[in-house]
Design a protein around this ligand. Structure first.
Ligand SMILES: Nc1nc2c(ncn2[C@@H]2O[C@H](COP(=O)(O)OP(=O)(O)OP(=O)(O)O)[C@@H](O)[C@H]2O)c(=O)[nH]1
Ligand SMILES: [Mg+2]
Length: 446
């Protein structure tokens, strides 16, 4: 059950323009639906940008007619409208019609769905950053010389932006502390990133040890102590921006303990500062020991290319760990289709000059290739191994359970000794070696 199932944005006409080809409205329609609109019509145009309306003047009036005919409440424009285009277009439409561009549409989806303080603050900040230049322009036009400090909407917005940035910094520090703690406990952090609807959450559910509320690691106290539903379930839906907040679960991959974080999806053609505003996603990507870049391989070649490009742009800027490309939804493809998709992904990555591991083809839905993916992830994580031979004491058994919690321990109990081979994070192996040395010297003394 999702809050957004009850959203009703009203009836919308989508409009799109492209200089080079007839616009494809599939994605903007799906974004409009995710924001709760019922799409009742569309108007598209192939031409260069008109300064006044963005669309050509004739097309803009045609759009107004369609709005009236279909009794629409809203126009959703695929692109970014300048403040002037926004007001001029709105003037053409029947009174009461609302106008939303691609950027505002994404903000609407997030504003409706964000639950935690961090997520809400991020959306508010992105909205203010978007509105500021527009309000500044409007203020300059109307109050050319009346730059009063008192009650200036621009100053007010600037203050709110500063306050929100400070608040987000605090929340970000808390998240970083949490990550440091988990690393110290021997967890490797792995992030799932990628275009919206690629199947990230489905993959998280498949890889996680357990995905019920109990095992959720996003303690609400890290936000504001509020009881927060968003961290309790990982929802999967064939809808854009189903996941609006990062969520972390435990997973054990070939005995290696990792924390997997599902992140907010990416979408093409958004101004960079909107993506930046969702800093929790970028922080998780930056902190991860490995990033799984999930792509929907069942998309046609052009879309696949565009989505991989969008993903790569973000990863190139933020990922520090190795990137494992995950070519998902291959259950929808035959062998030739899989090869083609793997080829496109490899191509885009090579063109972008990002260094990644070999792409892995999987179906998160039915499990094809997931074992291979586990191996690939473990292979990408920094790791080391050690063997120990210890006296059979209570201390040694405590050591063994400590190892079991922190990595992959293979234990043989003999009458005279306990033999262990262990694989895990280098820092854990170092600590284990120090402890084992103590145990051995205690054993000799006793
Ligand atoms: N056929 C097929 N469908 C899949 C697979 N993985 C995911 N899906 C479907 O794709 C849709 C989106 O899946 P999600 O896991 O919600 O995708 P996401 O990347 O988390 O999407 P956002 O949270 O919106 O960014 C759902 O309808 C899934 O059932 C797969 O391997 N095969
Ligand atoms: Mg999701």
């Amino acid at each position: 059950m999702n809050v957004r199932d009850r959203l009703d944005g009203g009836r919308a006409v989508v409009a799109a323009r492209d200089a080079d080809e007839t616009p494809d409205t599939t994605e903007i329609r799906r974004l409009a639906e995710a924001a709760g609109y019922d799409v009742v019509g569309e108007v598209t145009q192939r031409r260069t940008e008109d300064l006044r309306y963005n669309l050509g003047g004739g097309k803009a009036r045609e759009l107004a007619d369609v709005v009236a005919e279909r009794d629409a409440d809203a126009v959703v424009f695929d692109g970014e409208l300048s403040p002037g285009q926004y007001t001029d277009l709105l003037d053409l439409f029947p009174a009461g019609t609302t106008l939303t561009d691609r950027y505002r549409l994404v903000l609407e989806i997030f504003a409706d769905g964000a639950g935690s303080t961090a997520a809400t603050t991020q959306v508010d900040l992105a909205t203010l950053r978007y509105e500021l230049p527009r309000v500044r322009r409007a203020t300059e036009e109307s109050l050319l010389n009346a730059a009063t400090e008192k009650g200036s909407p621009v100053l007010d917005m600037e203050k709110r932006i500063d306050a929100m940035e400070a608040k987000l910094d605090e929340l970000t520090d808390a998240a970083a502390d949490r990550r440091a703690r988990r690393r110290a406990e021997g967890f490797d952090l792995v992030a799932l990133a990628g275009y919206t609807n690629a199947g990230k959450s489905t993959l998280l559910r498949r890889l996680a040890d357990d995905f019920d509320a109990e095992s959720s690691l996003d303690d609400a106290s890290g936000d504001d102590g509020r009881n927060d539903d968003h961290t309790e379930s990982i929802t999967v839906e064939d809808r854009l921006f189903e996941t609006l907040e990062t969520t972390t679960r435990r997973a054990t991959l070939d005995g290696r303990r990792v924390l997997l974080t599902d992140t907010v999806g990416l979408v093409a053609d958004l101004p960079h500062d909107l993506v930046r505003s969702f800093s929790a996603t970028l922080d998780e990507i930056g902190a991860a020991a490995a990033v799984l870049a999930v792509v929907d391989a069942s998309a046609d070649e052009e879309r696949l290319r565009r989505r991989v490009e969008t993903t790569v742009e973000v990863l190139a800027a933020d990922a520090t760990g190795p990137v494992v490309p995950v070519v998902n939804k291959v259950d929808r493809l035959d062998a030739a289709g899989r090869e083609a998709a793997l080829g496109v992904v490899a191509d885009v990555l090579a063109e972008a000059g990002v260094e990644t591991r070999e792409p892995v083809a999987i179906s998160a839905l039915d499990g094809i290739g997931v074992d291979g993916l586990r191996d690939a992830v473990v292979g990408a994580l920094p790791g080391s191994t050690a063997t120990f031979e210890l006296p059979p004491s209570g201390e040694s058994r405590a050591f063994v359970s400590w190892l079991h919690e922190r990595g992959d321990a293979d234990v043989t109990y003999g009458p005279e000794s306990i033999e262990i081979s262990f694989a895990g994070k280098p820092s854990v192996v170092d600590e284990a070696e120090r402890w084992a040395a103590d145990l051995r010297s205690d054993g000799r003394e006793g």
